[in-house]
Design a protein around this ligand. Structure first.
Ligand code: COA
Length: 261
């Protein structure tokens, strides 16, 4: 499918790179970007050749500098609620992607951009990245689940400091508080993201899918229910050809060849 605000590259190695491409507006998430992200994520999730996803922003300055303020300025309460709910569903689809999703945070990740990065499984930041939720400076607040994912990632106190101050956190501080997994030089960001993704997708596809499912689902269950869910998924994996292959390969001292079934 052709997109006007996204660049979608499906690489031979099974990694798809989705670049939000409005650099003149610091890749702000307008209605078109959200609609195209929804389509692109669904398309990539349905394509078995795609094993993992890297999300990034075009240009030198920004990952995504937020929801598009010019659209929000005109939105009625009914429209704004619909915008929030729609964006939430799109970010949910990223969080539930069946393979790993890395946010390669190459600059500003603010507001909806920070929330987008939070929905990804892993965040790698360039050393010039700055993250934050400045919506409170606009008389707004997070609408793409930032009030929920941020405290789950960095803890309630640190999340509230970021959410209520609206101040940006630099890459080093973001790493210190666990908001990003690692910080790398700007020029190394895509290669580092590709290298980590390569290591992850070398593993059994269904193992990755069920691990994501166990983590996502389990965090919203009681510990007991989450353990039960994990056990069920563990059991299901024992019905797969890849489990037979993975355990046989280990015992035969050879590399495993996984097929995703
Ligand atoms: N929505 C719409 N347009 C945005 C935007 C957003 N969230 N963020 C940046 N832009 C636009 C600017 O309006 C500007 O457009 P113009 O050239 O047509 O005037 C362009 O992107 C470049 O941004 P600019 O502000 O000139 O860059 P800067 O380097 O001086 O500042 C930021 C960078 C990120 C500090 C600043 O753009 C900013 O504060 N953006 C808004 C962040 C925000 O509040 N996000 C939450 C939204 S709910």
């Amino acid at each position: 499918m052709a997109y006007t605000t996204l660049l979608v590259e499906k690489r031979q190695d099974g990694i798809a790179v989705v670049t939000i491409n409005r650099p003149d507006k610091l890749n702000a998430l307008n209605a078109t970007v959200i609609a195209e992200l929804q389509s692109a994520i669904a398309e990539l999730d349905a394509d078995a050749a795609v094993r993992g996803l890297i999300l990034t922003g075009a240009g030198e300055k920004a990952f995504v500098a937020g929801a598009d303020i010019s659209e929000l300025a005109k939105a009625t309460p009914i429209e704004a609620r619909a915008v929030a709910l729609r964006g939430q569903r799109v970010l949910d689809s990223i969080e539930r992607f069946r393979g790993p999703v890395i946010a390669a945070v190459n600059g500003f990740a603010l507001g909806g951009g920070c929330e987008l990065a939070l929905a990804c499984h892993i965040r790698i930041a360039s050393d010039n990245a700055r993250l934050g939720t400045p919506e409170v400076k606009l008389g707004l607040m997070c609408g793409y689940a930032g009030t929920q994912r941020l405290p789950r990632l960095v803890g309630r106190g640190r999340a509230l400091e970021i959410l209520l101050s609206g101040e940006m956190v630099n890459a080093e501080e973001a790493f210190r508080i666990g908001l990003v997994n690692r910080v790398v030089a700007k020029d190394a960001l895509m290669n580092e993201s590709l290298a980590l993704m390569g290591k992850m997708i070398a593993n059994a596809p269904l193992s990755l899918q069920y691990t994501i499912d166990a983590v996502n689902g389990g965090l919203d269950m009681s510990f007991e229910d989450a353990q039960d869910h994990e056990g069920t998924l563990f059991g299901v994996l024992c019905s797969t050809a890849d489990k037979t292959e993975g355990t046989s390969a280990f015992l035969e001292k050879r590399p495993a060849k996984f097929q995703g079934r």
